[in-house]
Design a protein around this ligand. Sequence first.
Ligand code: AMP
Length: 114
Amino acid sequence: MNDCLFCKIIKGEIPSTKVYEDDMVYAFRDIAPQAPHHVVIVPRIHLASANEITPENSKYVAKIFEVVPKIAKELGFDERGYRVVNNCGEDGLQSVKHLHFHLMGGRKFSWPAG
Ligand code: AMP
């Protein structure tokens, strides 16, 4: 996907503050953080949204959720807790069309979400 922002970040064509990477996943600081720690975790393959998760590619999602507690521990908010969010599509207010999960920690969140 030549015009995908997160594909460009994964390739290093757009700078990012890396938090974690492996052969399947890349994680970086969100440019507009909504919490003291706000990390965006993306699969290295381009999937437009959660709607494109299938039995063939769901290993990327599983890997992302393996990485979540690692990052939370590394950044020091695993015990206190955190929120993981996926925005999907227009109603979900997804702005970047590359599947990603927001990992946010370091403050208390409210519920229900707006
Ligand atoms: P969403 O609205 O769920 O699609 O989330 C997209 C996220 O990407 C937002 O929280 C943005 O702040 C974040 N974002 C957009 N551009 C960049 C960038 N260049 N570097 C880091 N985060 C970004």
